[in-house]
Design a protein around this ligand. Sequence first.
Ligand code: IDP
Ligand code: MG
Length: 136
Amino acid sequence: MSNLEQTLSIIKPDAVERNLIEEIKSIFTKNNLVIKEDKKIHITKEEAAEFYKVHQTKPFYDDLCSYLSSGPIVVMILEGQNAVLFNRELMGATDPKKAKENTIRKLYGISIDKNSVHGSDSVDNAKKEIKFFFKN
Ligand code: IDP
Ligand code: MG
C-alpha cells in the first residue's frame, strides 16, 4: 500500500563543516527519498531553543541549542514512501557508536551530540518541523 510522507531532515553543523552535504544528500536520493526543498541557513540559539523545545528539561538542552546554532546547517524536506520511519532507519541510532553499519550516523557521526543529522520522529512532528523551517 502506498504511504507517501514528508519528513524534515537537517544536516547538522559537524557534517556541513566537513563538506558532507552532497554525500549525505546522495544517501537520501539513492534510497528513493526526493529532496523537495533544501536550504543552507545559520539559525540563532533562540531559534534552536524553539526547535528543540521538546527537550527543554533534558540536561543536554543548552549544549544542544548552542551546538545547532554554532554554524551553518542544511534543512530539507524529504518525500517518499514511509519517509518518516525510513529516514530514521537511514540515519541510525542517536549515538553513532550504537548505530548500525552503513547508517549515516555510523558513517559520519562523531559523538552523541555531533551526530551529523536530525530527522523527524513522527508524522505529526514532521509536519510541525517542516512548518517551522519552510512555511513561516
Ligand atoms: P534523535 O536526534 O535521534 O531524534 P533525540 O533523543 O531526539 O535524538 O535527541 C535530540 C538530539 O539531542 C540528538 O540528536 C543529540 O544530538 C542530542 N542528544 C540526545 N541525547 C543526548 C545525550 O545524552 N547527551 C548529549 N546530547 C544528546
Ligand atoms: Mg529526536
